[in-house]
Design a protein around this ligand. Structure first.
Ligand code: NAP
Ligand code: GDP
Length: 337
């Protein structure tokens, strides 16, 4: 194990909750990543209950590909609940270049986490799938029942198959051990503390970084592919609020899509325009159509989420892009890139 002993409980202002709730310890794997830091921000911002003790860990606390290290971590933290985010994650071009690694690392991490959840009697585990693991040839909108209905897009078959196996593990642990281990299915996520790498990042952080450099150097902005593919994007702070809801209230084994609605799907060119607007970038925008477009669309239905949370308000896309751009400008020196 790494230095799991260094894992700190988050100091939080306590929300006034009904008293008498059993104490829970919620371990968040991938706590240093895009989604993990967003959850931490929401929790430290006030959405913490008196009975909750949150522990956020990164790879420096424990290498989750190592089963013995994970056992020691669980022995030390004694989680009653787990939000399992840790994974090898990347944008289209990173996935295309390392399918085998995406498969083997994520398979190992997921198997170890769920095995230890069972061994250490964790009551609930919420893992993360992704809308990019759905079948490539499908009907739209895609829903939660369609995960295994055909091969995923070739560009990210390693990541997709490893993620799909989380659903298989959840069903297995439910059948054989009566466990309540489930998964959420977010669409493309962006926000503060994202991976802003030009080569391995997802499209929005990569575009933000590219536009920053293009503006600084007075050069054109280079967009990869045709700009025509369609995507649903969710702001990391919105996803964080939904994941906190899921660990507290979502009690199905079957997964749930956490996404903006179909009506909020945008093209890559729309995303480019939002980033350009947020920077007030006046330079030329070029398309490198030699670069891959990836899957044309993955339009997912959030009808199940809406049945649970009809009133949930998503941050408007342009506002979330503005906040992310501002975060990147303010944190340029230290941002992951
Ligand atoms: P991220 O920013 O890349 O963070 C990944 C996290 O996993 C980091 O905390 C990293 O720790 C940790 N990690 C990686 N390998 C590890 C290992 N071997 N042992 C321990 N920890 C390890 O990822 P994210 O975007 O927040 O993604 C969170 C979850 O959401 C993932 O399961 C991902 O598949 C899913 N998801 C993401 C998106 C998206 O667009 N980003 C969309 C749908 C679903 P270090 O910081 O120490 O490296
Ligand atoms: P995906 O949503 O899983 O396919 O992954 P991404 O977030 O990486 O988005 C990929 C889409 O954005 C493809 O259509 C790419 O052609 C397009 N794109 C345009 N410019 C970039 C860029 O600089 N980086 C990335 N990752 N994608 C880009």
């Amino acid at each position: 194990m790494g230095n799991a002993e260094s894992t700190e409980a988050v100091e939080t202002p306590l929300e006034q909750e009904p008293t008498g709730m059993a104490p829970v310890t919620i371990l968040v794997t991938g706590g240093s990543g895009l989604v993990g830091t967003a959850i931490s921000k929401v929790i430290t911002g006030g959405d913490c209950r008196v009975n909750e003790n949150w522990k956020f860990i990164s790879s420096s606390d424990c290498d989750l590909t190592d089963l013995e290290a994970v056992r020691k971590l669980f022995e030390y933290v004694k989680p009653t609940h787990v939000i399992h985010l840790a994974a090898m994650v990347g944008g289209l071009f990173h996935n295309m270049s390392a399918n085998l690694q995406f498969f083997t690392k994520n398979m190992a991490i997921n198997q170890n986490i769920l095995q230890c959840c069972n061994e250490f009697d964790v009551q609930k585990c919420v893992s993360c799938l992704s809308t990019c693991i759905f079948p490539d040839k499908t009907t739209y909108p895609i829903d939660e029942t369609m995960i295994h209905n055909g091969p995923p897009h070739n560009s990210n078959f390693g990541y997709s198959h490893a993620k799909r196996m989380i659903d298989v593990l959840n069903r297995g642990y439910a059948e054989e051990h009566g466990r309540k281990y489930t998964a959420v299915i977010p669409c493309n996520v962006f926000g503060p503390c994202d991976n802003y790498s030009l080569t391995s990042g997802h499209v929005i952080p990569a575009l933000i970084h590219k536009t920053y450099v293009a503006q600084k150097e007075g050069k054109p902005l280079q967009v990869y592919g045709t700009g025509k593919p369609l995507r649903q994007f969710i702001y990391s702070l919105d996803l964080a609020r939904l994941m906190i809801w899921a660990v507290r209230h979502y009690d199905e084994i079957d997964p749930i899509i956490l996404s903006v609605g179909e009506e909020d799907e945008v093209s890559i060119n729309d995303a480019v325009n939002a980033v350009v607007k947020a920077f007030d970038f006046k330079g030329e925008v070029l398309h490198d159509t030699e670069k891959a477009d990836g899957q044309y669309k993955k339009t997912a239905s959030n009808a199940k989420l809406r049945r649970y949370l009809p009133e949930f308000q998503f941050t408007p896309f342009e506002e979330a892009i503005k906040e992310s751009v501002q975060w990147f400008i303010d944190n340029y020196e230290t941002a992951r890139k």
